[in-house]
Design a protein around this ligand. Structure first.
Ligand code: PMP
Length: 461
């Protein structure tokens, strides 16, 4: 949001007035936390809202404002907030202890469910987050192949560790972001997600590649979609060349289908990183995959094969509360109904919003496969028909590197004024708890937000 558009904005003024308690908390937070926040995505002008309650598809801020929530615990809440069965499992386990510093049966049941649902999961190693799962996947791939290079795709997000923190929304040339060693960046090759030929040529051009990692439905859960054909070609090429293929299913896992993108596409990677839905709304992650590769973590197997075992610790790996919560969540998701409902609701919401863009003569579009709802805010005024919008037909770069209208931040504020919370992409995901009433309220909020932006002269097409 430019300085000019911040001043004299009715939207910003109304937001400030409606969120006075959040504003005070943000002022307090800025004295303690960099930018007053704990996750970069919460950065919002003039201040983020502070939430103190959530249930089902809704959440409430400290000023009592209600929101239909599409941020969904950053994608973790396929079952919505506070699903009674999941909540009860957490409560029960809290009573029994949060950390035994010992093995417990829940970790076995949790792994059994993961193995039952996720096709590649011959073995499971729990971590505490998606970032950690990807870090271990990379280490396993390097140890298994004895090679050093990691191939990643421009714009694909894999967490915040050193190997994957550049090339997502900046440093697309592969140069390291501050604090990352050049030597680490030198071992990462960034491939073009919209150019299969160039990617295959890269894989064929060298023999030091340990792994290829990708978000199997495209950058940021399909914000810039990747086709099944592309992924299938990668599977073929990596098998041919002995490269470990890693699906980062931190978002897609248990969401697109109970078995994630790999079950949906019927393409089985060597390794998969999981988190978010895995732990039912609590912290948790896992790297899963071929036994032969995860055997590098196994004391006995490593010794038998004459290889040095890979170290792995982690105080909160499969802690009993996350395990109990994850089990309850995965047991519900296993029949596929929650995934199907969330997908149906996202697609229905898009079909309600796009006619509003047509009616308002604004060349924006709501899009996204599966349970995603994203807003293409068309900063370059490309000639599009919102009803026929196909994100995969757009230059992936224009979606990834920018692709956001200068008023996108204000659009988000205007939606909040009308009772809807989305992420800054802008967009979000649905849960199986989003009702028809939620969708109608959201569509009305989009219309109202567009009218408000027009009144401020923000949408001159
Ligand atoms: N990979 C993907 C695809 C993600 O979306 C995320 C989180 N947004 C991560 C990895 C990192 O997971 P975590 O935040 O649990 O470290």
């Amino acid at each position: 949001m430019s300085d000019e558009s911040r001043t004299n904005s009715k939207i910003v003024t109304a937001y400030r007035e409606r969120t006075a308690k959040s504003r005070a908390l943000a002022a307090r937070a800025r004295k303690l936390l960099p930018s007053g926040i704990v996750h970069d995505s919460r950065h919002l002008y003039p201040h983020p809202v502070y939430v103190n309650r959530a249930d089902g598809s809704r959440k409430w801020d400290v000023d009592g404002n209600e929101y239909v929530d599409y941020y969904g615990g950053h994608g973790a809440l396929l079952l919505g907030h506070c699903d009674p069965r999941v909540k009860e499992a957490s409560h029960r386990q809290l009573e029994l202890g949060t950390h035994y510093a010992a093995c417990h049966e829940l970790e076995i049941r949790w792994a059994e469910l993961v193995q039952q649902l996720v096709p590649c999961a011959e073995r499971v190693r729990f971590t505490s987050s998606g970032t950690e799962a990807n870090l271990m996947a990379l280490r396993l791939a390097r140890a298994y192949t004895g090679k050093s290079k990691l191939v990643r795709f421009r714009g694909h997000f894999h967490g915040w560790q050193d190997h994957v923190t550049f090339g997502c929304d900046s440093h697309f040339d592969g140069t390291p972001t501050p604090g990352v060693l050049a030597e680490i960046a030198d071992n990462v090759l960034i491939a073009p997600p919209d150019d299969l030929e160039a990617t295959l040529a890269l894989l064929a051009s060298r023999d030091d590649i340990a792994a290829v990692i990708l978000e199997p439905t495209g950058a940021s859960f399909g914000w810039a979609p990747m086709s099944r054909d592309f992924v299938a070609a990668l599977r073929e090429a990596t098998i041919e060349r002995g490269i470990v293929l890693i699906f980062d299913e931190v978002v897609t896992g248990f969401r697109i289908s109970p078995g994630g993108a790999q079950a949906h596409f019927a393409i089985t990677p060597d390794l998969t990183s999981l988190a978010k839905i895995l732990a039912g709304g609590l912290p948790g992650g896992a790297v899963v995959g071929r036994k032969e590769i995860l055997d590098l973590l196994d004391f006995e197997q490593a010794e038998r094969s004459g290889r040095e075992k890979i170290q792995h610790q982690g105080t909160f790996n499969a802690n009993p509360v996350s395990a109990a919560t994850g089990i309850a969540c995965l047991e519900i998701i296993a029949d596929g109904e929650a995934c199907a409902t969330a997908t149906a609701q996202a697609q229905r919401l898009q079909s309600m919003i796009n006619p509003i863009f047509v009616e308002q003569a604004v060349p924006w579009a709501a899009f996204g496969d599966h349970s995603a709802v994203y807003f293409f805010t068309n900063p370059d005024a490309i000639d599009i028909d919102p009803m026929q919008f196909d994100a995969s037909a757009l230059d992936a770069k224009s979606l990834q590197t920018g692709g956001k209208h200068p008023a996108a931040g204000k659009f988000r504020l205007a939606l909040m004024l009308n009772g809807v919370d989305i992420s800054g992409r802008p967009g979000g995901s649905t849960s199986c708890k989003h009702s028809e009433q939620d969708l109608e309220r959201t569509a009305d909020a989009v219309r109202e937000a567009i009218v408000m932006l027009k009144e401020e002269g923000e949408l001159r097409y």
